[in-house]
Every structure is written in structure tokens, then in C-alpha cells.
Write a protein of this length. Structure first.
Length: 66
């Protein structure tokens, strides 16, 4: 039987504005599910989400959720 690994969840909050940013950065923020400045969303930390966070790391704040 395979071991179940605990999936980490993270809260992602946009802390910098998307105005004047590259189109790819704005689209990545939207793909994360963030629609407004200061909005927070919770995601499981998958490689895809990790890559999106890395791309816009200067615009978001990330914290682990229990």
C-alpha cells in the first residue's frame, strides 16, 4: 500500500498592484484566482502553483496554512 503524503496548503495574497506590469504577470495572478488587490486565495502547493508563485513572487505574499 502506498503512503499518503500530506499535501501542503498555502495562502497567497496579492500585495503589489498589477497596473503597469507585464501581461504575463497579470495573467498569472488571474490564473491563481486573484481578482483584486489584497485578495487572498488558498491552494494546494503543487509544482504548477509553485511555478506561478515564483513568477510573480514580488507581487504576492505566501504563507503556509494548517
Amino acid at each position: 500500500m502506498a503512503k499518503k503524503t500530506e499535501v501542503k496548503k498555502v495562502r497567497i495574497t496579492q500585495v503589489r498592484s498589477g497596473i503597469g506590469r507585464q501581461e504575463g504577470h497579470r495573467r498569472t495572478i488571474r490564473a491563481l484566482g486573484i481578482k483584486r488587490h489584497q485578495q487572498s486565495v488558498v491552494h494546494e502547493l503543487t509544482p504548477a502553483i509553485k511555478g506561478m508563485i515564483d513568477k510573480v513572487s514580488f507581487m504576492v505574499e505566501v504563507e503556509e496554512v494548517n
